[in-house]
Design a protein around this ligand. Structure first.
Ligand SMILES: O=P(O)(O)OC[C@H]1O[C@H](OP(=O)(O)OP(=O)(O)O)[C@H](O)[C@@H]1O
Ligand code: HPA
Ligand SMILES: [Mg+2]
Length: 191
């Protein structure tokens, strides 16, 4: 393929462009930098793998321009498996490396859809005596929420459609697309 991504032909339409993601990430980092300017020991960013990996990398670099010092940790949890709806069963595939007691923690999520993953994770983190726990999520589907979750920093509210790209997968694919889009119906029929 000479021009464009391998997957472009599978995309019905783009919802959020690469440029919009870049601008919004800088904006969110600016807000967080202002809110945490007073925090001496910095911020512990907790990335929820795998979907949030792209946002984590770009958000951390944006904070690096004028934000507080950050440390990075990663949790792998999964509830979607190969499908397009949450199984409702959250599994920990990888836990945090270090104790978060006394730390200011920011959970970095790609998307809040039903809210099941995040509500489970916040409950899990609550027992670990962090100084504070907030959430930054690049995307949220306000009409899909089944469990209300407190997300302080939200990038974009998007429609209730299954989306892929910028970390978000369908059956582990499409994560590397630099934008977020909706798949053509025939892609689901192929599976
Ligand atoms: O609000 P919810 O309905 O719970 O959906 C949001 C979660 O679902 C996705 O993860 P997934 O389980 O697909 O794992 P992945 O990040 O490895 O793709 C996404 O990355 C969020 O973590
Ligand atoms: O719309 C979505 N796309 C991909 N993964 C997801 N996990 C929750 N919602 C989504
Ligand atoms: Mg997934």
């Amino acid at each position: 393929m000479a021009d464009g991504s391998w997957y472009d032909a599978d995309i019905d339409h783009v919802i959020i462009s690469e440029a919009q993601i870049r601008e919004k990430t800088a904006e969110l980092a600016k807000q967080v930098s202002a809110d945490y300017a007073h925090v001496g020991d910095g911020l512990l960013l907790v990335c929820v793998l795998k979907g949030a990996v792209m946002f984590m990398a770009d958000f951390a670099r944006a904070l690096g321009r004028n934000g507080p010092p950050v440390e990075l940790d990663f949790m792998a949890i999964s509830s979607y498996g190969q499908g397009t709806t949450s199984s409702g069963v959250v599994r920990i595939l990888k836990d945090l490396d270090r104790d978060i007691a006394g730390r200011h923690v920011m959970v970095v999520e790609d998307i809040v859809d039903s809210g099941l993953t995040l509500s489970w994770l916040l409950r899990y983190l609550e027992s670990r005596s962090a100084a504070s726990v907030e959430v930054v999520a690049l995307f949220r589907k306000p009409d899909a929420v089944k469990v209300p979750v407190p997300v302080k920093y939200v990038g974009f509210d998007i429609p209730t459609e299954f989306v892929v790209g910028y970390g978000l997968d369908f059956g582990e694919r499409y994560r590397e697309l630099p934008y977020v889009g909706v798949l053509k119906p025939e892609v689901y029929a192929r599976r």
